[in-house]
Design a protein around this ligand. Sequence first.
Ligand code: JEH
Length: 233
Amino acid sequence: MRIDIVTIFPEFFSVLDVSLLGKARTSGLLDLGVHDLRDFTHDRHRTVDDTPYGGGAGMVMKPEPWGEAFDDILGALSSGESAEQATVIFPSPAGERFTQAMARELAEEPHLVFGCGRYEGIDQRVIDYTATRARVREISLGDYVLNGGEVAVMAMIEAIGRLVPGVVGNPASLTEESHEDGLLEYPSYTKPAQWRGLTVPPVLTSGNHGAIAAWRHEQQLERTRRVRPDLLN
Ligand code: JEH
């Protein structure tokens, strides 16, 4: 999978060099390009924002640098790839909510491009124009306000990237997730059996696999009822 990110904070994404996603990158499973939006400006101050038409507080990201950045990324696609094959994602507090189902869908895509806004957001014409050249989605990480798209993109890439075949070391852990029942996880324990006066639930050391499965399911139901009743229809 190819991923391009356009941002005014390219150094923010250096963290993608580490952990599972870093390994996926060095092994060639994930091909990541991070682009500094200011490289597509032409004025001495590398300006990316301006005051909003119609008035109001804050600044809006001006369209020209975005247009040039996407021309560069979508206009020079690898041989055989057409611009329609790219999916451009704009993280936005006004987007559809990001979900695990969406992560699964996006993990199938050959090319994702993320446009990270800042300030009050990006001139709407950038989204509208890009939609004439690629599939465009406006996606919100959740119902809280962030200062820009970068943190949302980091979370989306982690959620999507681990679903790309070969990225997660143990495919069994993904199979287990795909059979998920819409309940929260059961609690996990490891050695030592006694720690600071706390013991492991005896059923887990009983060797009775039926009893263990039943206990884990009961824990899932109890936990879901208590903290996420919305998940039980
Ligand atoms: C935030 C991209 C680009 C801050 C406030 C406003 C909310 C009512 N889950 C998410 N939260 N925030 C973002 C996001 C995602 N994905 C996000 C961004 C940008 C994504 C700039 N910002 C900062 C920003 C305006 N307020 C939005 N409103 C619903 C509480 C009030 C107005 C715009 C942009």
